[in-house]
Design a protein around this ligand. Structure first.
Ligand SMILES: [Zn+2]
Length: 467
């Protein structure tokens, strides 16, 4: 059996008993997935997913960073070099290569997510090994052809009440239009992610800016026209259900320049004359501009800082971005967020959600900030901090100053669709484990813990993201 009923619960019987009872009360709540990277095309077309390798191995940077670290080359996983001829991609061979490296994932969240999906979705209840890799491949491949394993059927089976995808500012959102036009009742919304037209160091920034001008009919090479173009795109996204914007920046830096200073900086950016410092300052100014736009249109502002992207220069050269070579770095919030908070931090009707990849910032910076400013909330552990241990540390480090109600429930933040139920289940179990300890230590009554468990699993995400 792959999934033990008591997995992730405390080992001592008293706390375990409390955790079990709390979990029983929330296990079957619908999933709110307010931030993530599933492909809206899946829900629009509702076609069968391809083979198991394409579903589980190829799009998953958690998997290929680990395999790469142990000497597997990305071409062996069917990933094509930039401008190269398509890599050979025999899905069964890729699957077997994956199976022969499965031991690398012992103790990792990838192991938990994969086994949850294999067992609860496909009825596979044996640990993956090189010896059974073929048989498991056949079971999964066979099921993927059946109608009940299509994206929409799985959406209903996963009990997803609402899910947000994330699209770039220049996206036409045609898949979202197609979902709406289809009459299917699944709630799939988009989120506004303008990095490619906000970050002067983004690949193709100049062309992206030109496209933004064409799409909106605004003079995007002038500061006021550029801001107006964002307002128009945000409205376009909002019409397709968006309730949030999302910003992936290298740092959490924000700025609140005067109109004249902002115009001067923008002129440098437009001319391609921005230094690295100018670019960072401009990204920071745009976070504050976005927060001000949120005051008008109500979109929730998410900041995802602190990833050193494309750390491996030669891998980036050969394969491009998102190849598992992003590395967390130390991140400052206290100084960095101050200009934005000076501008809008006291607004009770604004929601800014800060995330981090630097957990030392939780108790020192983020929880105290979120535990003070009405506009600021604290996002859950993200990316490198989504293991059960990190989820428990998140609560331990933040509850003392931010409480539970300056946090926003769970985000799966994934493109791995089949891992969504597993990720939410892990978060629910970890929160119940944390709450059970507080109950066992007589710091909370069990009825309060049950209410908090419900809020963390469902209500806080639904309300913070207006879903
Ligand atoms: Zn994300």
């Amino acid at each position: 059996m792959l999934l033990h009923d008591d997995r992730l619960f405390p080992a001592d019987p008293v706390t375990r008993g409390i955790a079990r009872r709390l979990y029983a009360g929330i296990r079957d709540l619908p999933i709110i997935s307010p931030h993530g990277h599933t492909d809206p095309r899946w829900f629009a077309e509702d076609k069968a997913f391809p083979d198991p390798a394409t579903l589980f191995v190829k799009p998953d940077h958690y998997i290929f960073r680990m395999l790469y670290s142990q000497g597997v080359r990305l071409e062996q996983l069917g990933i094509t070099r930039k401008g190269g001829k398509p890599a050979k991609s025999d899905p069964r061979a890729i699957w077997k290569l994956f199976a022969s490296h499965w031991h690398l994932f012992r103790g990792t969240p990838t192991r938990l997510w994969f086994e949850h999906a294999a067992s609860s979705i496909f009825g596979v209840n044996e640990r993956l090994t090189p010896a059974n890799a073929d048989a498991i491949y056949d079971v999964i491949a066979g099921k993927l052809e059946q109608p009940e394993f299509r994206p929409r059927a799985l959406f209903e089976r996963f009990n997803i009440e609402a899910i947000s995808t994330t699209e770039g500012a220049l996206d036409d959102l045609k898949w979202h239009d197609m979902i709406r036009a289809s009459g299917w009742g699944g709630k799939v919304v988009t989120a506004y992610r303008p990095d490619s037209v906000v970050d002067p160091e983004f690949e193709g920034f100049a062309e992206n800016l030109a496209s933004l001008g064409e799409l909106t009919g605004e003079d995007v090479f002038a500061w006021t026209g550029y801001l107006e173009a964002h307002r128009k795109r945000r409205a376009y996204f909002k019409e397709r259900g968006a309730t949030s914007s999302d910003h992936g920046h290298a740092t959490a830096r924000t700025a609140n320049l005067s109109q004249a200073e902002a115009e001067k900086l923008f002129a440098k950016v437009v001319k391609g004359k921005a230094s690295a410092e100018d670019a960072d300052l401009f990204r920071g100014q745009m976070l504050t501009e976005m927060a001000k736009m949120s005051l008008d249109d109500g979109l929730v502002l998410q900041i995802h800082p602190g990833s050193f992207r494309n750390h491996n220069a030669s891998l980036f050269e050969a394969f491009g971005r998102d190849m598992g070579a992003d590395i967390p770095r130390q991140t400052d919030y206290v100084t960095a967020l101050k200009p934005l908070l000076d501008a809008v931090g006291n607004e009770p009707n604004l929601t800014v959600i800060a995330f981090t990849l630097d957990e030392t910032s939780y108790s020192r910076e983020l929880a105290p900030l979120a535990g003070h400013y009405p506009a600021l909330k604290l996002g859950p552990g993200w990316w490198f901090l989504d293991a059960p241990e990190a989820m428990l540390r998140f609560r331990e480090l933040t509850t003392e100053t931010a409480g539970f109600y300056n946090t926003v429930g769970f985000n799966d933040d994934t493109r791995a669709y089949l891992s969504i139920p597993a990720r939410h289940d892990v978060a629910r179990r970890c929160d119940c484990t944390y709450l059970a300890k507080l109950v066992a230590e007589h710091r909370l009554d069990e009825d309060e813990a049950a209410e908090i468990a419900h809020d963390l699993a469902y209500r806080l995400a639904k309300e913070a993201y207006k879903l």
